[in-house]
Design a binder for this molecule. Structure first.
Ligand code: AMP
Length: 285
C-alpha cells in the first residue's frame, strides 16, 4: 500500500491506472477510521482493481471552528487499518495544497441541501462537502465511489451532483455499521464523555420506534416526531437538534407518511453532535 500526500503524484497514479484500464474504487473520509469506514474500504477493494482511500479533515465543511479543532486525528492508526482492509493507496493531501489562497470555486446542490443537516449546520456545510468531493473525484478519477448510508443526505447530494455535472462514475451507498447496542459508528463517538455513552443510543432507539409505529399504521408525521422527541428527551442531558420524516427523493418534510421516506435526526450529547437515519421503502420494508 502506498501513502500519497501530493496532488500531482495522485493524479499521475490515476492516469497510469486509466492507461492500463485498471478501475479505481474510491472512499473519501475524514480519518479517525472505524469499522463503518472499513466496510466501505473492503467493498471498494473487492469491486475494483485499485482501492483508494482519502483522509482529509476538510476545513470548509465545518461551520464551527471548535468542532474542526476537536475533530479526532489518528493518522498513523488510520494508515495501518487501511492496509488491513485492503486499500492500495491512501491519499492524504494538505489543506494548503487543496485550498491555496486564491481558491474560490464552489459547488452547490441547493434544493437537497436545504433540509436536515443543511439547515442545522448552515448552507456552507454541503457546499464545502460538494466542493471537496468534486476536487477529490477529479484528482483520483474513480469508476466507483463509496459513501455510507449513515450520512444519507450527503450521499444523495453527491449522487445528484455526479448526475448533474456528468462525473463518469457510480455512487455506491453502503449500509450503516452499528455498535452492538445500535449506536451508528462515527469518528465523533470517541469524543462522547464516557458517562454519557449509555444515552448515545437514544436517537437510534427513537427512530426505530418511529419506524415501528409507521409499520403499525400511524400516518401523522407530527404525532410521530413528537413521540420520538419525547422518547429521546427521557435520556437527559441529550438535546434534540432536529427530527424529520421526509421524502427519500427530495428530503422535503412530509405531513402524512408516504413512501419511500427517511426518518432522520440529529442530537447533541455532552457537546458532541450525533446523526442517524432509517430509510423506509414501504410499510413492510
Ligand atoms: P467521514 O470520515 O465521517 O466523513 O465518513 C466517510 C465515509 O464513511 C462517509 O461516506 C460516511 O457516510 C461513511 N461512514 C461513516 N460512518 C459510517 C457507518 N457507521 N457505517 C457506514 N458508513 C459510514
Amino acid at each position: 500500500m502506498r501513502v500519497i500526500r501530493e496532488i500531482a503524484e495522485m493524479q499521475a497514479e490515476a492516469r497510469a491506472n486509466l492507461l492500463r484500464q485498471a478501475e479505481i474504487g474510491f472512499v473519501p473520509t475524514m480519518g479517525a477510521l472505524h469499522a463503518g469506514h472499513g466496510s466501505l474500504i473492503q467493498r471498494a477493494a473487492e469491486e475494483n482493481e485499485v482501492a483508494v482511500v482519502s483522509i482529509f479533515v476538510n476545513p470548509t465543511q465545518f461551520n464551527d471552528p471548535g468542532d474542526f479543532e476537536r475533530y479526532p486525528r489518528t493518522e498513523e492508526e488510520d494508515i495501518a487499518r487501511c492496509e488491513e482492509w485492503g486499500a492500495d493507496i491512501v491519499f492524504i493531501p494538505t489543506a494548503n495544497e487543496m485550498y491555496p489562497a486564491e481558491h474560490e470555486t464552489a459547488v452547490m446542490v441547493p434544493r437537497l441541501a436545504d433540509h436536515l443537516c443543511g439547515l442545522s449546520r448552515g448552507r456552507g456545510h454541503f457546499i464545502g462537502v460538494c466542493t471537496v468531493v468534486s476536487k477529490l473525484f477529479h484528482i483520483v478519477q474513480p469508476v466507483r465511489a463509496y459513501f455510507g448510508q449513515k450520512d444519507m443526505q450527503q450521499a444523495l447530494i453527491i449522487r445528484r451532483m455526479v448526475a448533474d455535472l456528468n462525473f463518469p462514475l457510480e455512487i455506491v451507498i453502503c449500509p450503516t455499521v452499528r455498535e452492538e447496542d445500535g449506536l451508528a459508528m462515527s469518528s465523533r463517538n470517541r469524543l462522547i464523555p464516557p458517562h454519557f455513552r449509555p444515552n448515545a443510543t437514544a436517537l437510534y432507539r427513537a427512530l426505530c420506534l418511529g419506524r415501528d409505529r409507521i409499520r403499525g399504521g400511524e400516518r401523522d408525521v407530527n404525532a410521530l416526531c413528537q413521540m420520538m422527541a419525547e422518547n429521546i428527551l427521557q435520556h437527559q442531558p441529550i438535546e434534540v437538534d432536529y427530527l424529520s420524516i421526509c421524502s427519500l427523493a427530495t428530503l422535503e418534510e412530509l405531513e402524512r407518511v408516504e413512501f419511500p421516506l427517511l426518518l432522520a435526526g440529529a442530537v447533541v450529547l455532552g457537546g458532541v453532535r450525533l446523526i442517524d437515519n432509517i430509510p423506509l421503502a414501504s410499510a413492510e420494508a
